[in-house]
Design a protein around this ligand. Structure first.
Ligand SMILES: O=C(O)CCC(=O)C(=O)O
Ligand SMILES: [Fe+2]
Length: 889
């Protein structure tokens, strides 16, 4: 009965939550969803074993509720916008509400079914998170280090390896002397460790950080020599193991980092496999699937008795009965098969006790990896050749943005190219001519006839092309050398003798050319087909094989800063074979915009946030200073201050919150530094601060608390600005990603941001920064910088973005100012931020993701949809005919 009660109680209590998720699954946006109170929700989440990521998703559902109540208010308020817009908005909201109510009715009638579905949905969520874990497990394959191997060789004997192969597990004691163990433990106890975000505390109670095997450093922190020595021991153990394994057994590689874990008191780790390949829910993309051996070194007292607890309990997969409990004795080395040994960590007896372990997971070699020690050996049997892929990044907007003084597209293209080139994938970059693309659009339309022009908005394309023309005429030629990783772009710029053409000419294999276009161009009116045709013509002009070009696949890198884009833009995007977006909010926005068939090929490709070593050092030198002789600096970075950018970046909210928090006599040493685009942008913002709201903000200018930095800043200068500030803040309403926020986190800066704005929800939460509360609001160009109430937009066109809570932001700013002498909380969130960014968005994980996407695209037949229900092609014709005619330009 208790169970029944439990169930119905849970259902009554959770019922709405379950509905919410089910609705979301159906693409319906729900209102009444989860318990209102945060504590209640947290209890519920804990009960369901949900991770913080799940919570974000569910909280988003909650925000929908806020959106609807805001719409209800709108109805009562005098029209803030023009009457027709509001009428359209209301009609859309009524329709949404009606759809929701109908669906709610249907689901209420089928509560048990809903519950079962919700469980499925949770399972799917869990699986999705494991896919996300791809980003959390970067792998850089090193040559097995010689350091440590010699000492390990005498330790790890042939009989140990025999035991390992027989039982899947071996324990080697005394791998490290007690003195070295206690030095490493002392270093470990000084590091800021964090719970993992993937698992709930119930599954896994330890706190961890990743240690660089070269110098024992953690994030941007200093080297830890004793830990480095332990890491070298682990790497050495792997090298010896590789040397001793029989020929038939595959070798595996050392990772570039090892995991330090601390368990305190009752913290435990539920039974699991370190390599989840056998788990049907494990995502195919989960990098943990590549784990071969788990090698653990314990850093505890050398006389740890079993009664003290904290035992590692292992079971072989095939012999459930053969259980072995291993005490975490200092200097003890445990090696086991990551795929077949089920194991758990038991709690310790004393609540205040602690236990440290350093773990290395060796990485299975994949097809095409180099480093195979014995080319004739059985483990080196020939494998499937990797597809011969060449990748061309082509963009109009890249040059345009550069000309406008903002270089983010150029930076990103440069970075992605750098990553591909580093993996020896032939690639190139082409800055396209907007007028050529426009001409191709006209030609194609003429050829097709006017009937097929649904998504072709020639007028928008013409406007865009002429904006590009005007801007480029005024700007100096693109100087790639000034762009971060510009060298990669410059060297790879498509030119007379290009590597791309050579790769495509390779006769032995069928190469696949993947053209990556910028969503920016497509959103502004250019079509994927026309962009691709011009890009391919460029490739042809430098000697690429025409017949093979026609089979090119296209991917568009796109992001959305609102919860929808126009239907026409979305349809244009959906002409690509895949759309790569930085974060889930863009995927949701595109799906919500009715993009049609190919939109199941939306994939996440995060941006890279890898600070230059100099910036990382500068930021680190700045962070722990106990006193701040030069006051307190809050930094924000904007693209521009025209109505759209001003509103989107929440500049009004930021200024107000800063004034409320720190515009007082006791905090005049605080400055808000805002980096804007051009000098005009700076002037506009200055005028706003002087005049808006009856001059309430003017004091910030008078007291020099508001500092504006305008004009081109090189990547180094931007890094330097980020490194120098005390806190980075974004008050944005809508973000596709928010690169400056991500970069500041990667530098280990305390950051404040608005997860509700979209992109930042992918990487910002309370464990790594400060989150400003927000509620959903319809997208409108709110009061622009020049004071005019500019355009309001039909909610149906752009949907919603976030309205940050200015008083909450002010509270956070004040608190960070008060704690600027460096509280443990500030330091630990900042360190966790650096670690998270390194785990997910440094070169290795982003490269792995990019390569996986390229491989996925290459594996599809031309014209076939990726990831579609049938996985087949859209029509026989599409599958057989080359997708593109190649122009002769
Ligand atoms: O610390 C241990 O004994 C094992 C920890 C573990 O199983 C893991 O981190 O995967
Ligand atoms: Fe484990």
């Amino acid at each position: 009965m208790a169970e029944d009660d439990d169930l119905s109680g849970l259902l009554a209590h959770l019922g709405m939550g379950l509905y919410a998720l089910t609705f979301e699954e159906y693409g319906l946006r729900s209102t009444a969803a989860l318990p209102r109170e945060r504590t209640e929700r947290d209890a519920l989440f804990a009960e369901l074993g949900l991770t913080p990521n799940d919570r974000w998703r569910l909280d988003e559902v909650m925000r929908d509720r806020a959106a609807l109540s805001r719409f209800a208010q709108l109805r009562a308020e005098p029209d803030p916008f023009d009457a027709a817009t509001v009428r359209r908005q209301r009609a859309a909201n009524e329709a949404r509400r009606a759809a929701f109510d109908a669906a709610l009715g249907a689901h209420a009638a089928a509560a048990p079914v809903a519950r079962a579905r919700a469980h499925e949905a949770f399972a799917a969520l869990a699986a999705a998170h494991e896919a996300d874990a791809l980003c959390a497990q970067p792998v850089r394959v090193l040559e097995p280090s010689a350091f440590g191997a010699a000492e390990v060789a005498s330790l790890l004997q042939a009989e140990h390896v025999a035991t390992l192969l027989r039982d899947g597990l071996v324990v080697v004691d005394g791998a490290l002397n007690p003195h070295a163990v206690s030095r490493a433990r002392a270093e470990a106890s000084r590091l800021a460790l964090q719970p993992t975000v993937q698992e709930s505390r119930r599954v896994r109670g330890d706190e961890i950080c990743w240690i660089d095997v070269r110098d024992g450093s953690h994030g941007v922190g200093p080297a830890n020599p004793a830990l480095a020595r332990c890491a070298a021991l682990l790497v050495g153990a792997l090298a010896v193991l590789n040397d001793t394994l029989p020929r038939a057994r595959a070798r595996s590689d050392a990772p570039h980092r090892v995991m330090l874990a601390r368990y305190a008191g009752a913290a435990a780790y539920a039974p699991h496999y370190d390599n989840p390949s056998a788990d049907p829910r494990a995502s195919a993309l989960d990098e943990r699937r590549r784990r071969e051996w788990t090698i653990i070194l314990y850093l505890n007292a050398v006389d740890w008795p079993p009664e003290r607890g904290g035992l590692l309990r292992c079971r072989r997969a095939d012999e459930a009965a053969a259980r072995v409990d291993i005490a975490p004795v200092g200097g003890r080395l445990v090696i086991f098969d990551a795929q077949s040994v089920l194991h758990e960590v038991l709690p310790m007896a004393a609540p205040r006790d602690e236990r440290y372990a350093l773990t290395l997971w060796s990485v299975q070699r994949t097809h095409g990896d180099s480093g195979c020690g014995d080319p004739g050996g059985a483990e080196c049997a020939p494998r499937d050749p990797s597809p011969a892929v060449a990748v061309l990044f082509a963009s109009v907007g890249c040059a345009l943005e550069h000309a406008a003084g903002s270089s983010s597209l150029a930076i990103e293209n440069g970075e992605y190219l750098g990553l591909l080139a580093g993996a020896r994938v032939p690639c190139a970059h082409a800055a396209l001519d907007a007028d050529a693309v426009l001409a191709e659009m006209r030609r194609a339309q003429h050829a097709r006839g006017a009937g097929d022009a649904r998504d072709v908005d020639l007028r928008a394309a013409e406007e865009y092309a002429s904006a590009v023309r005007r801007r480029l005429a005024r700007a100096p030629p693109v100087d790639w050398a000034r762009v971060r990783d510009g060298a990669a772009l410059r060297d790879l710029e498509l030119s007379g003798s290009c590597e791309l053409a050579r790769a495509l000419a390779e006769p032995a294999r069928t190469p696949v050319l993947i053209v990556v276009l910028d969503g920016y161009d497509v959103l502004h009116g250019l079509t994927v087909d026309a962009l691709a045709a011009v890009a391919l013509a460029r490739a042809r002009a430098c000697g690429a094989d025409v017949a093979r070009l026609g089979d090119a696949r296209t991917a568009v890198r796109a992001m959305c800063e609102t919860s929808r884009v126009s239907g026409a833009s979305a349809r244009r995007l959906s002409r690509a074979d895949a759309v790569w977006v930085p974060a889930p909010n863009s995927a949701r926005a595109l799906r919500a915009s009715g993009t049609g068939g190919r939109m199941d090929a939306i994939r996440e490709l995060p941006q890279l946030s890898a600070p230059s070593p100099a910036a990382a050092r500068a930021a680190h030198a700045r962070a722990p200073e106990p006193t701040r002789p030069r006051g307190f600096e809050l930094l924000s970075i904007l693209v521009g201050t025209d109505g759209w950018h001003f509103s989107r970046k929440g500049v009004d909210v930021l200024l107000r919150a800063f004034r409320d928090a720190l515009g007082h006599a006791d905090s005049r040493d605080a400055r808000l530094v805002i980096k804007v685009g051009s000098r005009t942008d700076a002037e506009r913002l200055r005028a706003y601060a002087r005049d808006a709201h009856g001059g309430e903000l003017a004091g910030l200018l008078r007291d020099e608390q508001l500092v504006l930095v305008a004009g081109w800043q090189s990547a180094e200068q931007l890094d330097d600005m980020l490194a120098r500030c005390d806190v980075f803040v974004s008050a944005a309403r809508g973000e596709g990603w928010c690169r400056p926020l991500a970069d500041a986190m990667a530098l280990g800066k305390p950051v404040v941001g608005v997860p509700g704005s979209g992109g930042p929800a992918a990487f910002l939460d309370e464990s790594v920064g400060w989150c400003v509360r927000s509620s959903a609001t319809c997208v409108a160009w709110l009061p622009s910088a020049d004071g005019a109430r500019a355009r309001a937009v039909a909610a149906n066109e752009f949907g919603e973005w976030a309205e940050p809570d200015a008083s909450h932001l002010a509270q956070i700013i004040r608190r960070l100012y008060d704690e600027r002498a460096g509280s443990a909380d500030v330091a630990s969130r900042a360190a966790a931020a650096a670690e998270r960014m390194r785990e997910r968005y440094s070169a290795e994980p982003v490269r792995a993701r990019l390569l996986a996407l390229v491989a996925e695209l290459a594996a599809t037949r031309a014209g076939a949809a990726i990831g579609g229900a049938d996985g087949g092609c859209e029509g026989a014709q599409a599958a057989c005919a080359p997708r593109y005619d190649v122009l002769s330009v």
